[in-house]
Design a protein around this ligand. Sequence first.
Ligand code: TEU
Length: 543
Amino acid sequence: MSFDKRQVVYQIYPKSFKDTTGNGIGDLGGIIAKLPYLAELGVDVIWLNPFYPSPQRDNGYDVSDYKAVNPLFGTMADFEKLSQQAKEYGIEIMLDMVLNHCSTDHEWFQKALAGDRFYQDFFILRDEPTDWQSKFGGNAWTPFGDTGKYYLHLFDVTQADLNWRNPHVREELFKVVNFWRSKGVKGFRFDVINLIGKDEVLKDNPNFDGKPEYTDRPINHTYLQMLNKATFGDDEMGITVGEMSFTDIPNCVQYSNPSSHELDMVFNFHHLKVDYDNGQKWTRKPFDFIELKNLFHTWGEGMSQGGGWNALFWNNHDQPRALNRFIDVEHFRNEGATMLAASIHLSRGTPYIYMGEEIGMLDPDYDSMTDYADVESLNAYQDLLAAGKSPAEAFAIIKAKSRDNSRTPMQWDSSPNAGFSDTAPWLKVGKSYPQINVEKEKEGKIFPFYQKLIRLRKAMPIIAEGAYRAAYQDSDRVYAFERLFGDDRLLVINNFFGQNVTLNLSEQYRTGEILLSNYADTVLDEKITLKPYQTLAILAAQN
Ligand code: TEU
């Protein structure tokens, strides 16, 4: 069954959305309480980051029980209530499935450690480690108890990679997906799902920390086909997305082309590395617009031509806020936020909104390392110091790059703790909350613009389904594309800079109609001038 391309997904980081129990941690009850808000925004699906039992070493991506609710967030009864009530608002739930690895607290790992051979084969154990680097720093292998063997952990040392080559592992993981399907769940976001297919023989590779040896292996596609068949494959109204780390277009076409029977769509991260110096995350560099634009074009056209489907996003729980990365927020927050929104919501693929994006939330502007909680940031800070950076330099990098930038509590109003909680939240609220919050922004420019984009996608097949074609490719100021559907043409131009830019407009669009802009009064003529961070969408005149 094909998913509905008119849908828009909203991502909720449950820990930081809304606390109703007064423990400083967001909860399922908080999501239930905010369903009317989500319905008002107009989203169709909510993706919830993991809320399963977990020691929270990686904020829930270290799952110790896949089929239960962590008491921090509520109970299974709360989840069932949420699932049911969401449907009453026309909202489906998408759950985060972390099937590449589990917590070392999981009973599978504990039994394996205690000597149970059956469970030892659930993990990737070797006599000799390879030279692969963990994505959270250090070597990716750690001694497995006193067995003399090593276990693989591509992420934290407490996140042990699961052995998908073992049919018992696959069977257990498929049961997890089916367990949540039986609770009415229609959507699934699969964490780092292009890393599950490891080869039998694992090889050293000094390039890219070893990534090519375990990423997008051919067997990965086979496992996804098995997953599809054993679980969601025949679901009506289902929607699945795979998080693809370090991937490429041919693989993503295959993951998401309906004829492969793998997934509905894919996330990739290339566009969010254009401010990495030399490909390294823990650096600072202004973003490279040309690289960004070229990536969007190559992926947009490549996926369009190959019949694949992208999940489109600027923000998630692993990224600093896009507004702080790509926009002069001091002068143009409203214009920048609406332009970024249009640049993906009018493009080909399924748009994802990360909580707070719809009100233009910013990075928190913390003052000290003690404000940070994320394991990746804490490790990176130590690594930067060890590499010779001064504490001030290291802090400046963490401040710009930390995943905690997006994990701060949702800013609901200007009351203490931003209306998120009655007590001090688990992670400090961003400094901007008195000015930037839901209460204020509903009357502002950004929230209504998102509502409009969501409505347009529902109303216009050219937005939901049209093909993608690059436009104004020579410009070093605008990212522009056309959408093509039957005889219809839609041109979307986005000025990525805080200065005016003048462009020639073809006859077809000169006589067309402005569908959307974040500025009033643009006149369509032979030459058009776009204002700072302007977005302009023009429907071509019909001959
Ligand atoms: O992230 C996958 C991933 O590759 C991350 O390394 C991501 O690129 C990085 O966080 C950016 O700095 C997923 C989840 O989204 C993340 O929250 C988890 O920590 C990770 O998997 C492990 O489960």
